[in-house]
Design a protein around this ligand. Structure first.
Ligand SMILES: O=P(O)(O)OC[C@@H](O)[C@@H](O)c1c[nH]c2ccccc12
Length: 272
């Protein structure tokens, strides 16, 4: 039986062809943002003193349905940045995640921190689109790509000045990671059946290539989890639903960071 993910990829193939026909690569390269300078996504994680949180702008998803369909990317983006987000992730898929076509543009214009374009990347055309959107980093989802695709898309992204997060969920996908990848992201959510388990990040930690920046993604709704995941070497945390469910996502992030600092202080005292 076809999973949602199969349907998303089938649809994405058609969508890319439609977009390419409408706006050929040469036209994409004329976009003003295509030529601008990028923010350093990895450095933002490494330098963060607030746990390297990548706060996500997400209206809805196939796993949770409507989360915050009326949200304003400018208000949410500014709120996230002011609260201490190291970076912002913005969904750009309309069909399944309800993104409006100008969400990422408006968000990019509103903040001065790195932005991750979150979509299902299957074609190098989308990397050029990502540049034209003014984003700094792109996600490659290992479960929908083969090792050659990951390697080539990551290389091309790097050439375009985009940093690459490669998302994995199991050991088999870890084996697909290319040295051209900048960050490895462990998705705690199984994209086939939507089950979520933070323990996935902890179990896979030992199998990840040492020395590569690692982040944990999805299902994080408790600051305690972040303190725990940091002990497995994670230096970035992608959180969407927990913040977006609140009327003021930025405020929710600020409270989350505050609690995480408090919990970490208790741990440190306990160890000392
Ligand atoms: O809303 P959550 O559970 O906090 O998850 C955020 C993010 O990790 C999730 O949106 C995500 C991770 N990988 C993806 C791939 C495609 C679409 C979405 C995602």
């Amino acid at each position: 039986m076809a999973t949602i993910l199969d349907r998303i990829i089938e649809y994405k193939k058609l969508e890319v062809e439609r977009r390419r026909a409408k706006l050929p690569l040469s036209a994409l390269k004329d976009a003003e943002r295509y030529h601008g300078k990028r923010h350093d996504f990895c450095r933002a994680m490494e330098n963060s003193t607030d746990f390297g949180i990548i706060a996500e702008f997400k209206r809805k998803s196939p796993s949770q349905n409507d989360i915050n369909t009326e949200a304003d990317p400018v208000a949410v983006g500014r709120g996230y940045a002011a609260a201490g987000a190291a970076a912002i992730s913005c969904l750009t898929d309309t069909q399944f995640f309800g993104a409006l076509p100008d969400d990422i543009d408006r968000l990019r214009a509103a903040v001065d921190i790195p932005v991750l374009r979150k979509d299902f990347i299957i074609d190098s055309y989308q990397l050029h689109e990502t540049r034209a959107m003014g984003a700094d980093a792109v996600l490659l989802i290992a479960t929908v790509l083969n090792p050659v695709q990951i390697d080539e898309l990551a290389e091309e992204a790097n050439e375009l000045g985009l940093q690459v997060i490669c998302e994995v969920h199991d050991e088999e996908e870890v084996a697909k990671i290319s040295p051209n990848v900048d960050i490895i992201g462990v998705n705690n959510r199984n994209l086939g059946n939507f089950s979520v388990d933070i323990a996935r990040s902890i179990e896979l930690a030992e199998m990840l290539p040492p020395g590569m920046l690692r982040i944990s993604e999805s299902g994080i709704d408790d600051p305690q989890s972040i303190v725990k995941l940091r002990r497995s070497g994670y230096r970035g945390f992608l959180v969407g639903t927990h913040f977006m469910q609140q009327p003021d996502p930025g405020r929710s992030l600020a409270e989350f960071i505050k609690k995480a600092h408090e919990i970490e202080a208790i741990y440190k005292d306990a160890i000392a």
